[in-house]
Ligand binder design. Structure first.
Ligand SMILES: Nc1nc2c(ncn2[C@@H]2O[C@H](COP(=O)(O)OP(=O)(O)OP(=O)(O)O)[C@@H](O)[C@H]2O)c(=O)[nH]1
Ligand SMILES: [Mg+2]
Length: 446
């Protein structure tokens, strides 16, 4: 996401940082480039105009010209303004209360409403709320089934009725929810190719019947400028409480997404970043600005790691590293943990200084399965003392796991490299080097 924009801004800032002194002309030239990069990334022209003007006023007005590190100060101003455009602070979703709280999910066809409904349900469920998903899309034949399948996957009840209007289904769902002590109701509504009157009426009825605490518009980040018009129209008709960006993992230019908050003044609350039910992030303007500007997003990275990596396991790993007993089973665990965290490029993209270089990298699930098969074909001794694995053993392991000897060799090579890198990681003062090695190492998995 934001790939090209990040590359361009990152490049520009690199040049600026090195400059000892800046003139008003230098600043204006740089801002022209920022402006071009934003427009090319499909950021709405009004937003670009406002953004560049704000940066310019501060850059020329503040002490940039006299500052010791003018480049750095400009980067800081651009960052501050980017945070401002994206909405300053994180605005959380209304919490499930047991009254019950309800979320109305709306948006164009295929924008990701049903997927988001399931993601929100799962998140609330993890926070111990009792959730009811409501199938209020009676138009697309497979829609109810899709929601039921997702519901079954995350073990959340789905409320569906045949031959009823969406409004009636929502009304009944609400009274069912009251009787059954549901904390959170999520209405998954139908989409349309474009805004149409009947849909708006239907949504307005569901809104006035149920008074939902959240009316969330799902906006596909890949739709470009049209997203801004759609958001404006929905906001005018329904007074949205928030926007959910979806498909933020895609490689679209993404500028429209940046513009929505500034144009509608409606906060972006969450972002959908993949097809899996766990691929949901809270939207933090500062973290997103940091990512867009290629500065990484360590906070989200750490949170993701905490969510997916078990703390005990992490402590054990640390101990193994200290004692130098990192073996092939740990190696497999690490690969699986990385896979669970999501697409590798999106994870590495959050690391400061790596950002754009990580694009396109992935841990291929097939590769993980192969690693698994190879390691499982080893004896206990071999896994714990990989140095034992000589030629004949390699041939046996290859045959046993249905792989070639080259595959086994490659895996062992990667393992020894990782082991070596882990050692350098645990030595004080070598952190930077260790990180580079991790990169080199992970890159070799493609
Ligand atoms: N990569 C990616 N795919 C997504 C994301 N969210 C949804 N999708 C995919 O987009 C497609 C449409 O998602 P749905 O959730 O069915 O969209 P919808 O708005 O409910 O669609 P309709 O009900 O037909 O209007 C599906 O194939 C999803 O898997 C996301 O954040 N990232
Ligand atoms: Mg749907």
């Amino acid at each position: 996401m934001f790939g090209e924009l990040t590359d361009k801004l990152d490049g520009l800032f690199r040049n600026l940082r090195g400059v000892g002194k800046l003139s008003v002309e230098n600043i204006k030239d740089s801002l022209k480039e920022v402006r071009r990069a934003l427009l090319e990334a499909d950021v709405n022209y009004k937003v670009v105009k406002r953004f560049v003007a704000a940066v310019e006023v501060r850059a020329i007005g503040e002490d940039v010209l006299r500052s010791i590190d003018p480049g750095q100060l400009i980067v800081k101003i651009v960052y501050d303004e980017m945070v401002e455009i994206l909405g300053k602070e994180h605005v959380p979703l209304a919490p499930p209360t047991g009254m019950p709280t309800s979320y109305l999910i709306c948006g164009l066809q295929g924008s990701g409403k049903t997927t988001l409904s399931a993601k929100l349900a799962l998140q609330a469920k993890k926070n111990k709320a009792k959730v009811l998903l409501v199938a209020a899309d009676t138009y697309r034949p497979a829609a109810v089934e899709q929601l039921k399948t997702l519901g079954a996957q995350i073990d959340v009840e789905v409320f569906a009725l045949e031959n009823e209007t969406p409004a009636e289904i929502c009304r009944r769902a609400k009274s069912y929810a009251r009787k059954n002590f549901v904390d959170l109701l999520i209405f998954d509504t139908a989409g349309r190719l474009q805004i149409d009157e009947k849909l708006m009426q239907e949504l307005a009825t569901i809104k006035s019947d149920n008074k939902p605490e959240e009316i969330l518009l799902v906006v596909d980040s890949m739709t470009g400028q049209e997203a801004v018009n759609v958001a404006t129209e929905f906001h005018t008709r329904l007074q949205l409480t928030g926007v959910a960006l979806s498909k933020l993992d895609g490689d679209a230019r993404g500028g429209a997404a940046i513009s929505i908050r500034a144009i509608t003044d409606c906060p972006i609350k969450v972002a959908s970043v993949g097809e899996k039910v766990t691929d949901l992030e809270k939207f933090y303007p500062d973290r997103m600005a940091s990512r867009i500007l290629g500065m990484g997003d360590v906070v989200t990275l750490v949170e993701k790691a905490q969510e997916t990596i078990d703390l005990d396991q992490a402590q054990k790993l640390e101990e193994k590293l200290r004692k130098n007993t990192f073996d092939l089973e740990d190696f497999l665990d690490q690969m699986q943990a990385l896979e669970k965290m999501g697409p590798l490029d999106s994870i590495l993209g959050m690391m400061p200084g790596i950002g754009s270089q990580a694009r396109g990298m992935e841990v291929d699930p097939k590769q993980i399965n192969r690693i698994k098969a190879i390691i499982q074909s080893m004896t206990y001794h071999e896994r714990h003392t990989p140095k034992l694995i000589n030629g004949p053993r390699r041939r046996r392991i290859a045959a046993g796991s249905g792989n070639t000897v080259q595959d086994v060799n490659k895996l062992l090579k990667q393992f020894f490299a990782m082991q070596k890198m882990m050692k350098s990681f645990t030595k004080p003062g070598k952190k930077g080097r260790g990180m580079q090695n991790i990169m080199a190492q992970l890159g070799s998995f493609n």
